[in-house]
Design a protein around this ligand. Structure first.
Ligand code: TXA
Ligand code: MG
Length: 358
């Protein structure tokens, strides 16, 4: 199969978008941009097409997919009940990087749920994702557009790397704004569980609920170990792993992180093929300490106006993994960050990537 990349970044290529929508309606699978990561979509209740998603990704059949919808009215129709918590959270965070898991309505039949009696739905805020859903006219089931086990793609090039020859179209719209997959939540009996941390942080969820005077205990574990596997089937699988082994540079201060690197040096784990994904602050500390001068494979991040260092680090993490893999790096050293805000999501993906090869 020939794979065309349709560029929708600068101006909306109405024809290209229409072609992709027709392909979806005809039961094909198409990759498209969202604000979190790129998705691999199919019409939500077309069994053959959904089956193709699992086959193309090499995804285990017991791992359900998220449905992407265009608005809250349509989102509601997938669920059995819609309570005040759902009403409040969707008002705060939808459209955006936020997925609600609740019991599915009886009339909702799709293999996208992998046989579960719950369903995950989100409303992407990305204009191309929105336009595509509207053009197709139904919800789109979509996992991240990577092959199973690989880092999620955050640009069309990274999709192409995994999907060339396997899908007719990849819609392109630059880099995903968040670079980490959506926050997934479910709740019952007074406890809200963050099944997967994302760009909507625990603190943001807490203040949204507080404002509406809703009292729920919020449970989040960035390593995913507090969350029961049965409720988050995807969490037990290996994730996000580049080919190179990932090492974390831990420490409460930049100095401690420099020491962390020295520790890896002593273990002779660092050589000319090592790569680094670190903050600009750590880079300058390492230069001051005469480290890193011989290493070419360095990508950095820094806080920017309106965005924290965690948000910026999260945005580029998966792209960095893929970039270093292409360069043939044998080890990737990545800076740990505090768990505040998006830090929990960043550290969750990082710890999964580093555990994958240990
Ligand atoms: O940001 C995102 O959510 C991206 C973009 C494309 O929207 N999608 C994404 O999908 O990350 P995927 O398939 O890579 O991850 C979906 C996760 C899996 O861990 C899956 O187990 C979980 O959501 N999930 C989906 N439906 C569920 C359900 N009914 N109950 C529990 N977990 C569910
Ligand atoms: Mg995924």
């Amino acid at each position: 199969m020939h794979t065309s990349i349709i560029d929708l970044e600068d101006k909306t290529d109405i024809e290209g978008l229409a072609k992709a929508a027709i392909a979806l309606r005809e039961g094909q699978v198409v990759a498209f941009p969202t604000e979190t990561v790129y998705g691999l979509g199919a019409v939500w209740n077309n069994s053959e097409a959904i089956h193709d998603i699992f086959r193309i990704k090499g995804r285990p059949l017991d791992n359900p997919l998220i449905i992407h919808e265009s608005d809250i009215m349509r989102m509601k129709s997938y669920y059995k009940e819609w309570d005040i918590v759902a009403e409040t959270l969707t008002r705060c965070f939808c459209p955006g990087p936020f997925t609600l898991i609740m019991r599915k309505a009886d009339h909702i039949e799709t293999i996208a749920t992998a046989g579960m009696d719950t369903i995950g739905v989100r409303i992407p805020s990305h204009p191309v994702a929105q336009a595509l859903i509207n053009e197709v006219g139904t919800g789109i089931a979509a996992p991240s557009a990577n092959l199973s086990g690989r880092p999620s793609p955050t640009n069309a090039h990274d999709c192409y790397e995994d999907l060339a020859g396997k899908v007719p179209y990849i819609l392109a719209a630059g880099d995903s704004r968040f670079g980490l997959e959506s926050t997934i939540v479910s709740w019952k009996d007074g406890v809200l569980e963050i099944l997967r941390p994302g760009s909507i942080s625990k603190q943001a969820i807490a203040s949204c609920l507080e404002e509406a005077q809703i009292k729920l205990t919020i449970k989040q574990s960035y390593r995913g170990d507090e969350v029961s596997e049965a409720r988050a089937p995807g969490m037990k699988y290996k994730h996000y792993a580049p080919k190179a082994k990932v090492f974390i540079l831990e420490g409460d201060s930049i100095n401690e992180k420099v020491k962390g690197l020295e520790h890896y040096e002593k273990l002779e784990l660092i050589n000319i093929r090592s790569a680094f994904y670190i903050s600009e602050n750590l880079l300058s500390a390492l230069k001051d300490a005469n480290k890193l001068l011989n290493y070419e494979h360095v990508l950095t991040f820094a806080d920017e106006e309106n965005y924290t260092v965690q948000e910026e680090a999260g945005k580029g993490l998966f792209a960095a993994f893929r970039h270093f893999d292409r360069l043939g790096a044998n080890a990737i050293f990545v800076e740990a960050l505090s768990l505040d805000g998006v830090g929990a999501a960043y550290m969750n993906r990082l710890s999964k990537a580093s555990n994958a090869k240990s």
